[in-house]
Design a protein around this ligand. Structure first.
Ligand SMILES: *Cc1c(COP(=O)(O)O)cnc(C)c1O
Length: 369
């Protein structure tokens, strides 16, 4: 078996009984859609964050899209974000009809360079959309000050940052709303698709409940805005409820693996991830950097280690976003990073023995470069 960047099978082996019980709980409940498991997960995920509202949706992309719409973002508005992210961040902005406006990232921590945001604000700017990339929070204090000064909403993209903290405060509790993905690879992952939005704002949560359910305020009655169907699946919700109880344990496991990478690779030419002061990083992915990235990945294949790159192509250079009018050279740090970064295996059920094989192989490959 090759060692891959992510694998869920060891976790499934360890948690199988509980997960199958979750499936049986839903199948036996008599209500397969928007039943007690979705409601229970929403309560428990909101409580985990100490916020009053959570609305479960079908995936993280729709969580972002619907949250933007619930915050009043629509055609003609501008949303400031980064290109150094998973494409769905930008797909979701685009889907509302708003225009994604990109700022570059910091070279050391890969996160939104908050010093560039003010210059990107125009009269059309409606929201700031920081992405807590790879498992740690964007510096939120400067963004809150800008948002307050300019009357902008903040939507946090928390798809990679379940359980991450900044100065003790959880990711997702800084803005008007925060969008989560529960895609299987995420720090809190379902066994299929899932997403959710948390918000302190009752009105935003009510809008989200309508937006995920044909625009209906109550069964069979669509209010003024017809909408799609974006419900969180009941089975996935019950699985997420079970896994939420273990979230802090998953995070501890990831942080322990990160410490072991630091011990095993800290003296090499690889640049290991930098943590913003005050941040508790949850290491959704463990992204390292080396100018000869492609040679390293190629050589690691001979060791039966298949790694990947998050992300090889900056969003603003993708042909699907050509209509935004960007090109190479627009975001120099983002573009430079895309050519040098790659991810080492990172998931809490990765055994230390297998991690040691990775560390040895990487050391061997670097020594022979
Ligand atoms: C995974 C991810 C998403 C999209 O989530 P899906 O559940 O796959 O739709 C959005 N933003 C970021 C940063 C992500 O990593």
């Amino acid at each position: 078996m090759p060692i891959r960047v992510w694998d869920y099978l060891p976790e499934y082996a360890a948690e199988r009984e509980d997960l199958l019980d979750a499936v049986d709980t839903v199948f036996s409940s008599g209500q397969l859609v928007l039943g007690e498991s979705v409601a229970g997960f929403e309560r428990e995920f909101a409580a985990y964050h100490g916020v009053p509202h959570c609305v479960g949706v079908d995936n993280g992309t729709n969580a972002i899209k619907l949250a933007l719409q619930a915050l009043g973002v629509g055609p003609g508005d501008e949303v400031i974000t980064v290109s150094n992210t998973a494409a769905p961040t930008v797909v979701a902005i685009d889907a509302t009809g708003a225009v994604p406006v990109f700022v570059d990232v910091n070279e050391d921590d890969f996160l939104m360079d908050t010093s560039l945001v003010e210059a990107a604000i125009t009269p059309r700017t409606k929201a700031l959309l920081p992405v807590h990339l790879y498992g740690q929070c964007v510096r939120m204090e400067p963004l809150r000050q800008l948002a307050d000064a300019h009357g902008l909403a903040i939507l946090e993209d928390c798809a990679q940052a379940h359980g991450a903290r900044q100065n003790g405060r959880l990711a997702g509790t800084w803005g008007q709303a925060a969008a989560f993905s529960f895609y299987p690879t995420k720090v809190l992952g379902a066994y299929g698709d899932g997403g959710g939005v948390i918000t302190p704002d009752e009105e935003v949560s009510e809008r989200l409940r309508r937006l995920r359910f044909y625009g209906m305020a109550q069964q069979y009655y669509t209010l003024e805005t017809p909408a799609h169907n974006s419900r969180l699946d009941e089975v996935q919700a019950e699985i997420l409820r079970r896994k939420l109880r273990r979230l802090d344990g998953y995070v501890a496991g990831r942080r322990a693996l990160a410490r072991r990478y630091e011990e095993g690779l800290g003296d090499t030419a690889l640049r290991l991830p930098a943590t913003v002061p005050g941040n508790e990083h949850v290491y959704y992915v463990y992204v390292v950097r080396h100018p000869r990235r492609d040679d390293i990945l190629e050589a690691l294949k001979a060791h039966d280690i298949a790694l990947n790159i998050s992300y090889p192509w900056p969003v603003h250079t993708m042909s699907g976003f050509a209509h935004l009018g960007h090109g190479p050279g627009d975001l120099p740090v983002t573009e430079k990073l895309a050519g040098e970064i790659f991810s080492l295996p990172m998931y809490p059920s990765l055994s230390h023995e297998r991690q040691d094989l990775v560390i040895e192989a990487v050391r061997d490959v670097l020594a022979k470069l």
